[in-house]
Design a protein around this ligand. Structure first.
Ligand SMILES: O=C(O)CCC(=O)C(=O)O
Length: 258
C-alpha cells in the first residue's frame, strides 16, 4: 500500500520535489535546534572537524555523528517512508550535512544537479533523494534553495540558461518557508542556493538517500561509534551495515530505530 497520496505522487513525478510546510512541531523543532546548536559549537571549536568554513557557507559535515536526535531525524516518521517508497527497499544514507548560510552572502551553490556519473545513463532512474529540514525561517531573499520544477526529467545534455545571479534562472521555485518546514527533491532536479541578501542566518539540515550498492559520498562513511548505535535493521541498512547487493527493508515490520 502506498504511503504517498495520489496528489503527492503526481506532484513529485511531474515536478521532482515535494514541500511539507511546518512539518516539525514547535517542540520537535526546539529539540533538533538544540542538537544542531551543540553540533555547531563542537565543530567551531575544533577546526580539524570535517566541513567547509567559507564566508558564504559553514558546513557541519555529517551532523548525525554529533547527536542522536540528528541521527534519528534521518528516519522521520512521515518523510522516511516517502523516500523509501520513492527509492525502493535498498535505501541507504549517502551523505548528510548541516548548512549554515551567513547573512548578506552570495550563493554557495550555483545551478547544478547531483547525479551525473560518467558512464551511467539513467534518465528514468531515481538514484538519490535529498530531504531538507529548515531550522531557521527562510524569508524572501534569505538564501533558500531553489529548484527548476520538472528538470529531473531533462536529458543529460540539457543546457540550462546561463545566469549571472542564481535568482535570474527562469521558472525557478524558491524554498522560502518557516523553520520546521521540510522539502525533498529528486537529485536530478536542477537546484541552487540563492544569495542570502537578508540580515538573517539560514540553517538547514540535509539528508541524502540513495541505494545500498552506492558508496557513501567521500567523508560521510559512518564511524564505528555511530555504527555501534545502530541496533535495528532500518538503521543498520541506512548506515551501510548490510550486504550492498542483498539489502532490503521489504520484510521489516519493526520500524523503531532505537
Ligand atoms: O544550500 C542549498 O540549499 C543547496 C544545497 C545543494 O546545492 C545541494 O545539496 O546539492
Amino acid at each position: 500500500m502506498s504511503v504517498m497520496t495520489g496528489e503527492q505522487r503526481l506532484f513529485f513525478e511531474t515536478n521532482g520535489y515535494l514541500v511539507f510546510p511546518n512539518l516539525l512541531s514547535p517542540k520537535e523543532l526546539a529539540t533538533i535546534r538544540v542538537a544542531a546548536d551543540s553540533a555547531e559549537i563542537l565543530w567551531r571549536a575544533d577546526t580539524s572537524r570535517l566541513g567547509v568554513r567559507k564566508p558564504n557557507l559553514q558546513q557541519v559535515q555529517a551532523p548525525i555523528e554529533y547527536d542522536d536526535n540528528l541521527l534519528k531525524l534521518m528516519t522521520h516518521p512521515i518523510l522516511f517512508p516517502i523516500v523509501r517508497e520513492l527509492l525502493g527497499e535498498d535505501i541507504q544514507m549517502i551523505d548528510n550535512d548541516y548548512f549554515i548560510s551567513p547573512p548578506n552572502t552570495s550563493s554557495h551553490a550555483l545551478w547544478h544537479h547531483d547525479v551525473g556519473m560518467p558512464s551511467v545513463y539513467h534518465p528514468r532512474s531515481t538514484l538519490m533523494i535529498k530531504i531538507f529540514f529548515l531550522l531557521s525561517d527562510v524569508p524572501p531573499g534569505g538564501g533558500g534553495t531553489a529548484v527548476v520544477p520538472g528538470s529531473h526529467r531533462f536529458p543529460m545534455d540539457f543546457c540550462l540558461p546561463k545566469v549571472e545571479n542564481p535568482d535570474e534562472m527562469p521558472s525557478h521555485v524558491r524554498m522560502e518557508y518557516p523553520a520546521g518546514s521540510a522539502y525533498l527533491f529528486h537529485c536530478r532536479i536542477y537546484h541552487a542556493a540563492l544569495n542570502n541578501t537578508t540580515d538573517a542566518t539560514r540553517r538547514v539540515l540535509i539528508f541524502n538517500y540513495g541505494h545500498s550498492w552506492m558508496k557513501f559520498w567521500q567523508g560521510y562513511e559512518p564511524s564505528e561509534a555511530l555504527k555501534a548505535k545502530a541496533k535495528t535493521r532500518v538503521m543498520q541498512q541506512l548506515l551501510g551495515m548490510t550486504d550492498p547487493y542483498g539489502a532490503s527493508l521489504a520484510d521489516v515490520t519493526d520500524w523503531s530505530v532505537e
